[in-house]
Write a protein that binds this ligand. Structure first.
Ligand SMILES: C[S@@+](CC[C@H](N)C(=O)[O-])C[C@H]1O[C@@H](n2cnc3c(N)ncnc32)[C@H](O)[C@@H]1O
Length: 257
């Protein structure tokens, strides 16, 4: 049975115990493939990282679509992700090295010319740890190395906002809706913490079978000056904002000495 069919057989209507990055990993991969233009993301990385870069760390590599494309372009590419389910999907997609680890702890000193944290992965790092993430990432970068990050802009979050989207393959349709709840700001958040409550209806259009499930995830959106400040305090010498290749609105590049 294919990956989405397996999820349909196993999901429940319990909206609290499942996670995008575990039980719903195959659904997440399905949606991500249709929501992001990974070719554009890979081209963005090639444009923005140093021309002579050959060793790249892909932070929050998830199901490995960007990782696989970068592995085709660079000599040495390493994906790092906390979720065993995500790492398993990624390993089927690429022969690149994949490390199951927390980005806040993963550190190979001065190994990489480039570091990417794309697909809004920074939204999942705990408030209060963004500064230490930048410090760890800087330590991983070789001299002149650059980190590329995309993020959600605080101004684009709106409390109670509800959005629905449909994603299709030849056989399946995934109807996803998300409701945003903004949480209390605190100085450590560098922006606005929020919770996204997702619900999914999965339809096998061949058999007519449907399954519903959902999950909620804690995220954060950032104020660009706050994020720039965290990168500078972490020791990056040059930091600037760019248009990201993803729909999240914010993009940041930082270069180490
Ligand atoms: C939005 S997805 C990444 C999508 C992927 N970069 C892409 O563009 O296709 C976020 C990923 O970050 C991972 N993640 C979240 N917190 C993490 C952490 N502290 N350390 C490592 N990975 C983490 C999740 O498991 C998930 O796979």
């Amino acid at each position: 049975m294919d990956a989405l069919g397996k999820v349909m057989d196993s999901v429940t209507e319990d909206l609290t115990s499942v996670s995008h990055y575990h039980e719903l990993a195959a659904v997440y991969d399905f949606v991500l493939a249709r929501r992001y233009d990974h070719d554009r993301m890979a081209a963005f990385v090639a444009d923005e990282l140093p021309d002579d870069a050959s060793t790249i760390c892909v932070g929050g590599s998830g199901p490995g679509r960007l990782l696989a494309l970068l592995a085709d372009r660079y000599d040495e590419v390493v994906g790092v992700d906390l979720s065993p389910a995500m790492c398993k999907i990624a390993a089927k997609r690429t022969d690149a090295e994949i490390v199951e680890a927390d980005l806040l702890e993963y550190c190979e000193q001065e190994r990489f010319d480039g570091y990417t944290l794309l697909g809004n992965s920074i939204a999942h790092l705990p408030a209060g740890n963004i500064q230490s993430f930048f410090e760890t990432a800087r330590t991983c970068l070789a001299s002149g190395g650059v980190i590329a990050i995309d993020f959600t802009l605080t101004e684009t979050l709106s409390n109670g906002h509800h959005r629905s989207d449909s994603f299709r393959s030849e056989r399946y349709r995934v109807d996803r809706s998300v409701i945003v709840t903004i949480e209390d700001r605190n100085p450590e958040a560098l922006g606005t913490p929020a919770r996204y409550a997702y619900s999914y209806e999965l339809t096998d259009e061949q058999t007519g079978e449907t399954a519903t499930t959902g999950t909620s995830v804690s995220v954060r959106a950032f104020d660009p000056p706050e994020l720039l400040g965290a990168a500078i305090r972490a020791g990056f010498i040059e930091v600037w904002l760019v248009d990201p290749p993803t729909p999240h609105g914010g993009g940041l590049l930082a270069r180490r000495r």
